[in-house]
Design a protein around this ligand. Structure first.
Ligand SMILES: Cc1ncc(COP(=O)(O)O)c(C=O)c1O
Length: 372
């Protein structure tokens, strides 16, 4: 489409109740139109330092090596795998969804010796299953997905991390969907490497993704004999920008940093516990409302469900794609469909950030009821 001085983009205003991206925090939108600075401007470096502090708080960690990398969540996933899974290493992935499969695919491309612990999509791993798999495989590195967005399953990772450490393995966790909406508790759970994103629980645009590495895992990385295959996502190089003397690695995008700063400031002002509680209540309201309308939860055990992302099979006779279409046309509401083996079968409905409140969930439920 040709762009001229008189043609300005005018995107439709949607209410995004999907699995991510979520609605942007209004103050994050505003922040993105603020003046750009140079990459070593003291103001910008201070913004970055505040982002790092906010990320540590939201992730539940004191790791000095906590910073955002220039990518969406998949780039952060590739960063974690590319730095901590060496060619030939034994890499165990707890595979119960689409994103765990993606982690495994990345491990295979790194030349790792892959092994998988499988579970039906929609179910979490028990402590016993985690312990057995780790005792059986004796992996060098273990990965799990804390918030499996393709199924709606939450896995804290405590049992996995404990068993992995006993076996001397490093633990990578995908916290793309949990950060900012549910407790990640990186240090308490015992996760060595966390990666996440901006566009879900932080209510920011995609493009910057937090990564955090424990001191022990960083020491391991420092000692890694050969460079990681990836240059752009090489954490040893990336980290040098985030501490004095702030060595140039790539050109950061200030508007994305400003947005992340405001997303984290909103969390700080609300209070982390209060924010989690708001998402928990929102999830309960949504689950109750959808069940009343005849939707069937994919995750049978309520304690295994993500609070802010409900996955459901539609009532019989309801076409999920048509329902999604009607919601967009009539209400400007976007909800998500299934991924991978659940494509065409389920709906994924998120209540994150500004939409995780009683009124917007009541509105969403009314709109769904009227569109069945
Ligand atoms: C659990 C999980 N991991 C990884 C990703 C990949 O993130 P992105 O789409 O930002 O690359 C997603 C995206 O939805 C996700 O939900």
């Amino acid at each position: 489409m040709p762009m001229t001085a008189t043609r300005r983009i005018a995107p439709p205003k949607r209410l995004i109740y999907g699995p991510g991206p979520s609605m942007i925090e209004p103050r994050a939108y505003e922040a993105m139109s603020q003046p750009l600075t140079g990459i070593r401007d003291p103001y910008f470096l201070n913004v970055i330092a505040e982002i790092q502090a906010g990320l540590r708080e939201a992730l539940g960690t004191t790791n000095p090596k906590t910073f955002p990398i220039p990518a969406s969540g998949s780039g952060a996933m590739e960063t974690a795998v590319g730095n901590f899974v060496r060619p030939g290493a034994k890499f165990l992935v707890f595979a119960n969804g689409h994103f765990a499969d993606r982690v495994a695919a990345m491990g295979a491309r790194q030349g790792a010796r892959m092994t998988r612990c499988e579970k039906t999509w929609g179910e979490a791993f028990s402590a016993e299953e985690a312990e057995d798999a780790i005792a059986r495989d004796r992996p060098d590195v273990v990965a799990f997905v804390q918030g499996e967005t393709s199924t709606g399953v939450y896995q804290s990772g405590r049992a996995i991390a404990a068993a992995a450490h006993q076996a001397g393995a490093l633990v990578i966790a995908d916290c793309v969907t949990t950060l900012g909406a549910m407790p990640v508790e990186m240090d308490a759970v015992g996760i060595d490497v966390v990666y996440s994103c901006a566009q879900k629980g932080l209510s920011c645009p995609a493009g910057l993704s937090p990564v955090s590495v424990s001191p022990a895992a960083w020491e391991w990385l420092e000692k890694r004999a050969e460079d990681s295959i990836t240059w752009y996502f090489d954490l040893r190089l990336l980290a040098k920008y985030f501490e004095p003397p702030h060595i140039y690695h790539h050109t950061p995008s200030p508007p994305l940093f400003y947005a992340m700063h405001e997303g984290l400031a909103a969390i700080e002002e609300e209070g982390l516990r209060q924010r989690f509680e708001r998402h928990r209540r929102a999830g309960e309201q949504l689950a109750a409302g959808l069940t009343k309308l005849g939707f069937e939860p994919v995750v049978k055990q309520p304690q295994d469900r993500l609070w802010h992302l409900m996955t459901v099979r539609p009532p019989s006779g309801v076409d999920e794609a048509k329902l999604r279409e009607r919601l967009v046309e009539k209400y400007g509401i976007e909800i998500g469909g299934g991924l991978g083996q659940l494509a065409g079968k389920i709906l994924r409905i998120g209540v994150m950030g500004p939409l995780a409140n009683e009124q917007s969930i009541a509105f969403l439920l009314e709109a769904i009821a009227a569109s069945l």
